[in-house]
Design a protein. Structure first.
Length: 285
């Protein structure tokens, strides 16, 4: 295993006082608030994706990481979406399809209201909240084919948004397409009609008469454009580990969970080819 010079990585990418480090600390503030609320209401969640790699490899953020992800099971996600609007401080806001009529993702964000963030993609142009955020992903037990069908059904909205920001047309990532009504219509159809039908199919596929050929597994919720699997036996019961000096929930078998998704997660990527999500960022006190 290669030796990682943590101090050198911090000095290069996110030294104290740098804009990236300030962004990471603001994301940490949001995470700790969500953690407080989840513990108060006994809602289990765990650090995931690059955030979990950071916990395992750096005991905090990956030095160049500019986002933060957590995951939870679908029933817990639905509970949390009802609780967060009442319990978040005024400096933070829940962003989902209930709180933002132009939001079309099928996972939620908790946003900081004391910042302004513009990413290097066109997706957030219509959204009400534009601050630093963390992502909250629901997980759902489903056959892979059902999830792929949901990805395709919602994938049209991403094509519409990307087409509006085509540099050949002289537009920017902040451009709202003239046919944004299609985005809202597709999202509303999927949310209220198609995805409830798919969830009913998931319940049918879990019956013994369908056997195991359906490859039922836990993966991202319907409409989310990722479908890498999780094994619940790697995750539950949850463990804890240090992340930025705080003890936070993680899969109890972090190694198995990370290896399933990333392979050799302890190996550093080529740090000369790091690309950040953020295009523009303003942080207010």
């Amino acid at each position: 295993m290669e030796t990682i010079d943590q101090a050198a990585l911090r000095a290069r990418f996110n030294p104290d006082g740098s804009q990236l480090r300030r962004q990471q600390l603001r994301m940490l503030d949001i995470l700790l608030e969500v953690d407080r609320i989840c513990k108060k209401h006994h809602i289990p969640y765990w650090l995931s994706s690059g955030t979990l790699i950071g916990a395992a490899r750096h005991q905090g953020f990956i030095p160049w990481d500019d986002d933060l992800d957590i995951e939870m099971l679908w029933p817990d996600y639905k509970r949390l979406m009802k609780i967060l609007p009442q319990e978040l401080p005024d400096t933070m806001a829940l962003q989902n399809q209930e709180t933002d009529p132009n939001y079309y993702f099928f996972y939620a964000k908790v946003r900081d209201r004391r910042s302004l963030l513009e990413e290097n993609n066109p997706y957030g142009a219509p959204w009400r909240e534009q601050g630093i955020y963390i992502d909250i992903f629901p997980f759902y037990k489903q056959p892979l084919w059902i999830h792929l069908l949901s990805e395709k059904a919602q994938g049209h909205v991403y094509k519409i948004m990307r087409r509006a920001a085509d540099p050949k047309s002289g537009s920017t990532t902040k451009t709202i397409p003239h046919d944004f009504w299609k985005v809202k219509l597709i999202t509303r159809f999927n949310r209220h009609l198609f995805f409830p039908l798919l969830r009913a199919l998931c319940r049918c596929c879990s019956l013994p008469l369908f056997g195991r050929k359906n490859r039922i597994r836990e993966t991202y919720g319907l409409g989310i454009p990722y479908h890498d699997p999780r094994h619940l036996e790697d995750i539950l019961p949850l463990g804890e580990t240090i992340f930025e000096g705080h003890l936070l929930p993680v899969p109890h078998d972090m190694h198995a969970a990370l290896t399933l998704k990333y392979g050799d997660y302890m190996r550093l990527p080529d740090i000369n080819k790091i690309n950040l999500h953020v295009g523009k960022l303003e942080i207010y006190e």
